[in-house]
Design a protein around this ligand. Sequence first.
Ligand SMILES: [Zn+2]
Length: 346
Amino acid sequence: MSRYAVGIDLGGTYIKSGVVDPEGCVVARGQVETAADQGKDEVVRRIVQSIQQAPELAGIDPGDVVGVGIGSPGPLDTKKGVIHFAPNLPGWTNLPLAELVEGDLRSALPLASPTAQPPQGGGRGDCGIPIFLENDANAAAYAESWVGAGKGSRAMILLTLGTGIGGGIVLDGEIWHGVADIAGEIGHVVINFDGPVCGCGRQGCLEAYASAPALVRRTEEGLEAGRSSVLRERLANADDEDKARLINDAAEEGDELAREMVQATARYLGIGIINYLNIFNPDTVVLSGGLAKAGPVFWDTLHRTVGTAPFEISREACRVVPAQLGDDTGVIGAAGCAWKRSEIST
Ligand SMILES: [Zn+2]
């Protein structure tokens, strides 16, 4: 009999859902708006509804769903299924999400787990279907290590390059959580203690140098200082979320200011990655998010910088590559965590 896990990717804007088989293939997808402004009860209701609808979307028997993984932002407790807080979800403080979802499912869902007892770390209730909570960046890292760019790796670091820099660490096929589920905050390694203030309040974090807003900020400072560039007009008319991509495009076209800024960003990132090489000796570093889609100006500089890492045997053992899974990453990772932690995965 075929078995499936349901993955829920809880974002500030959308709740994505998917039914995932034991090989990591998504056999059905759904998406609803998160509606965070309507309060946490409504968001929980939408998560439950997404879980309920998933088997029908996939054309499978609800009894074949072995577990549900929820990838969520925020520091959270994976064992208790509690979100400490979530920056994009107002009012979510110490929210027992797994328990709430499980409670609603218990009263409504015909799902039946093949396991008599939910395993440790899953939902503790008696609805029969374990609910697993995982940090979204960790879930993304697990997805890439399971069936993506890090498939087959023994030690993989994922960096998510966006508004901030997040990430996850997967060692011997297991997410490294640390003792309080906070491990993997690799955007906050300090690369210059006198550097610009980071969103976390400290100075000189990698995130303050190599995130998309940092690239945009430095470029706009260059324009304000009078540098000539095709970006003067393009950035003036662009939405904030498009600016980093426009800078990368201009760099590939040969614009001098853009090249300089993209290369600086790649160098900063490379310095951060060298730190990870020295600590973890990974075989794979995976980059996801907008900057990972940049062209050779970015990637060549990044590879050159990582090539200066101090231990030849370490740098030669490590690939630095773009992520592969795209929009499905969160759903695959959440479902993968359910497979892994329910110990039913084949
Ligand atoms: Zn920081």
